[in-house]
Design a protein around this ligand. Sequence first.
Ligand SMILES: [Zn+2]
Length: 281
Amino acid sequence: LPELPEVETVRRGLEEATRGRAVLAVPWLDHRMVRGPIGADAIRAGMAGQTVDRVERHGKFLVWRFRTGAGLLLHLGMSGRLTAGVQPWAAWPPHTHLVVAMSDGQEVRLRDPRRFGRIGWVQPGDHPWPNLGPDALARNFSARCFQETLGGRQAPIKSLLLDQGVVAGIGNIYADEALFRARIHPLTAGGRLTTADVRRLHRAIRQVLRAAIEHRGTTFRSFEDAAGREGGFLPWLRVYGRTGQACQRCGGAIQSRMIGGRTTHYCERCQPAPSAEASSR
Ligand SMILES: [Zn+2]
């Protein structure tokens, strides 16, 4: 699934391809993807003639923002993929849910075979992500605010990292990678992390997300440009998808178990289990 680094890669690609360009028309928008009070036909009419100002990201959400201040909210779901390019000869492939014709001849298309993505209209001045916590790379996500949010929480830190209301943008891959780098066991209750733990985890989150962005994400091709470049972070994963392999730090075997319904990868030696004493407190 696309997480923050993959969505940031899409943000950069879409902005690079369309900034300053105008929307000529929206030949196709699948109403089944549309959420919110503004329907598909109104969105298509609203987009025509708009000029792209920038592309914003918060967590895993994007807003394709126009100069009028209105915008198109995009969430790629599990399998959404955006493409931008001049391809007048190519028919829309199956599972194409959005086609935007730009004034420079490009077409921006969204494909999403599993249709878990969503599209919505954002009015000027709207705050389109009311239920999301701070973005994991934003300045307002500080170690201190993170610790305040975790205070008193009994849920495992792994589950809290996936909770987009706690911090936005982290999914299963980067939660496991950040916990390994911070040497924190994924079952540790959020409220039992010490100040030093939270600082280490906060630093690990930002480091792993930034490194993944440098590599355009892990394996996903969420955005396809003319060069068709793919994410290259896969070889840098230390625990995710490595069950049974040797830990690169201690040589022990990487474990996996279900936590909150999600397969979680960790090293028992590098990430010691919360002590019985701590658990009974
Ligand atoms: Zn280890």
